[in-house]
Write a protein that binds this ligand. Sequence first.
Ligand code: F6P
Length: 380
Amino acid sequence: MGRSWPTGRRQKSALIPGRAEEMKPRIGVLTSGGDCPGLNAVLRGVTLAAEKFNYEVVGFLDGFEGLLPPGNFMLLNRRSTSGIMPRGGTILGTTNRGHFVAKVGAGDRAVVPADVIAAAKRVLAGERVDSLIIVGGDGSMTTALQLQEAGIDCIGVPKTIDNDLEATAMTFGFDSAVASVTDALDRLHTTATSHKRVMVLEVMGRHAGWIALHGGLAGGAHVILIPEIPFDFDKICDALRMRDTRGSIYSIVVVAEGARAAKGQVVMHPSDEGEYRLGGIGGVVANEVAARSGKETRCTVLGHLQRGGAPTTLDRILGTRFGVKAVNLIHERQFGSMVSYQNYQVRHVPIADAVNRLRLVPPDGEMVQTARDVEISFGD
Ligand code: F6P
């Protein structure tokens, strides 16, 4: 039996038959996976850079799902991208589920069904879209690789607030997420001081501690717990008592969602969709610290506030540079490449080198050592 495809908000091309623009080469772009600040800067960068080469830009909606028949898309041009750079989220919509989800966990590679890819090819051919810019994280790059292998010319643009892709030194979205953590910690400092409490802040980052480490450093945390350094509850309490002896009446603890006790497991909770998601370690740490130290303790889970809102200056610039680079890579026909940030330069690497390779915090690296040197405990 044939697969049934969702019917979407398909937008017909505004092309007028007979006009010269009709034959402009068309490139496609989509945003996939979890959203993050800076995606709209990429879309604006793609659209404006495409003008230079006389490309028309087709933005597919809701991630890869927009590629399914009958095609769900909008044209991106100066008008539709005007004023979007400061906006968080993505004007194209996104999803981290659906027919193309090609990653079912760290290291696993699920195969996108052949009929799904064939259907996408038909839509792309029908709309005269020659190549596709895929803006997404590790899972989306796994899908991009499979589309490329199936003959769809793809360019990847890395995106994740977690900053955990080995193939790029930095992704846009990370700086904005860290800014949210820093802002939250500044606020927690004032209430923690007033009440002489221990305040625990749980932050995102999946299996990497970058958001916790950078946010904790910038926000003046006293304890930072990251997945890369398993912790001991008693060591955390020792660090808090040490602060007492120095006359510090309150403490701030930042916990990455993927952190775990050396003698414990990563904390997950079931979602409405029947999946398990990271989250809950903040509450566990707060309860244990309160029980073992007798200190009044509260927990805040920052959650999706880290993904929302306006991008920082850095993320606007990085997003724009990534978008422009993606169009240049299309023009150079460097298909199968992913934009990559290395040594302050925007370059490219094979998408194949980018998937399934996580960049984790080196426990003995300079950042961790710097944190230790300013008396931050990692609970180890
Ligand atoms: O990968 C980005 C991220 O925000 C992680 O830090 C977090 O674990 C996850 O996505 C949350 O995903 P969702 O939006 O599906 O809850």
